[in-house]
Design a protein around this ligand. Structure first.
Ligand SMILES: Cc1cc2nc3c(=O)[nH]c(=O)nc-3n(C[C@H](O)[C@H](O)[C@H](O)COP(=O)(O)O)c2cc1C
Length: 176
C-alpha cells in the first residue's frame, strides 16, 4: 500500500505529522509532497523522518527532473491533508504552479482532500463551488469538523480528526 500525502499551508499542518506517522505505522508507504509555503512552516526533515521517505517540494528534488511524472506511478492513492482553500482552488481550475498542484493533474489514482480553513472561508461560495467542482472530477472530500478554529472563530472548517482521516484512508486503500 502506497500513498502520497500532500501537505498545504493550513494551520492544521501540524496534524500532517500524525497522519504521516500513523499511516506509516500501519505499514503504508507514505511519500510526502509539500507546497513551497508548507515546507517553510514545517521542515521536510520532520515529515521525512516520520514517513521514512524523502519529502518532495519541487520537481527537481532528490536528483530527479520530473517528480510530477515519477511520483504518479508510485502510489495507489493521493491524500491532501490539510487541504488549503488555495490548493482546492488549484485542483478546481487545473492550475499547476507547484509540484503538488501539478501532481493533482498527473495522478490517475484515487484522490482525497481534507479541507481545513477558517469557518468564514469554508462558507464562502467560491470555496463551496470549488469543492463541488473537484467532487465532479472524482475527488473524495473528507468534510471538515464543526467547532472552534485556532483563530477563535466557530463553525464548520477545522480539519477532520486525524483518527477519522487515517481510518477513511486505510479502509479505502484496502479496497484498491
Ligand atoms: C498562520 C496562518 C494560518 C493559515 N491557515 C490557513 C488555513 O487553515 N486554511 C487555508 O486555506 N489557508 C490558511 N492560511 C492561508 C494560506 O497559508 C495561504 O492561502 C497560502 O497561500 C496557501 O498556500 P498553499 O496552498 O500553496 O500551501 C493561513 C495563513 C497563515 C499565515
Amino acid at each position: 500500500m502506497k500513498i502520497i500525502l500532500g501537505v498545504s499551508a493550513s494551520i492544521a499542518i501540524y496534524k500532517s505529522c500524525d497522519i504521516a506517522r500513523q499511516l506509516t505505522k500501519e505499514g503504508v508507504q507514505v511519500t510526502v509532497v509539500m507546497t513551497p509555503t508548507a515546507s517553510t512552516w514545517i521542515s521536510p526533515v520532520i515529515l521525512s523522518a516520520l514517513s521514512n521517505n524523502p519529502v518532495y517540494v519541487s520537481d527537481t528534488d532528490h536528483g530527479g527532473s520530473m517528480a510530477h511524472i515519477d511520483l504518479r506511478k508510485k502510489a495507489d492513492l493521493l491524500l491532501v491533508a490539510p487541504a488549503s482553500a488555495d490548493i482546492i482552488s488549484m485542483a478546481a481550475v487545473g492550475a499547476a504552479p507547484n509540484l503538488l498542484a501539478t501532481l493533482l493533474l498527473s495522478f490517475e489514482g484515487q484522490k482525497w482532500m481534507a479541507p481545513s480553513m477558517n469557518p468564514a472561508m469554508y462558507a464562502h461560495p467560491a470555496v463551496k463551488a470549488n469543492i463541488q467542482k473537484i467532487k465532479g472530477y472524482g475527488y473524495q472530500v473528507i468534510p471538515p469538523d464543526t467547532g472552534e478554529a485556532v483563530c477563535g472563530d466557530s463553525g464548520e472548517g477545522k480539519m477532520a480528526s486525524v483518527e477519522h482521516i487515517v481510518k477513511e484512508i486505510l479502509a479505502n486503500i484496502k479496497k484498491i
